[in-house]
Design a protein around this ligand. Sequence first.
Ligand code: THU
Length: 160
Amino acid sequence: MKEIKIESTISIYDTINELPEEVSILMEEAINIRKKAYAPYSSFLVGVALFLDNGKIITGNNQENASYPSGLCAERTAVYYAGSQYPEAKILKMVITAGALNKITTQPIPPCGACRQAIAEYEIKQKSPIEIYFSGEKGQIFKSNSLKNLLPFMFDNSEL
Ligand code: THU
């Protein structure tokens, strides 16, 4: 029997003011779209801004449904829109902000497992990593240089 160790590196920004200029612009877009999320069931609003290599900024938020599983997370709303509108473009950066309506979210909120799998597909498709920044409403912002850091042993198309 052998053991292997898997390590991930995450960069931590203490406040929005520490973010690089272009990322703080994306954060502003993500916050604006978060406020327009349709989340009447969870009251948990998530906003995402993507920066593509064609210069476009794509935004998305969570869309809920009375039949709960029919709703969609903000991350997938955004990446699927980008993939459908700009199939040739690469996603360079993704900025996520999340917050509950009834309290202040102070912890960085990472993409859920299903969204990680969806984002992984785009990294594989475009053959380059996506920088992912995730945050709450207040407090620290975490950054991963690639989705791979967030999803060890990801399922991919290599054996299909
Ligand atoms: N949600 C997202 O939009 N992204 C995530 O990565 C986690 C969860 C949404 C789904 C649902 O509308 C609400 O947050 C509560 O789970």
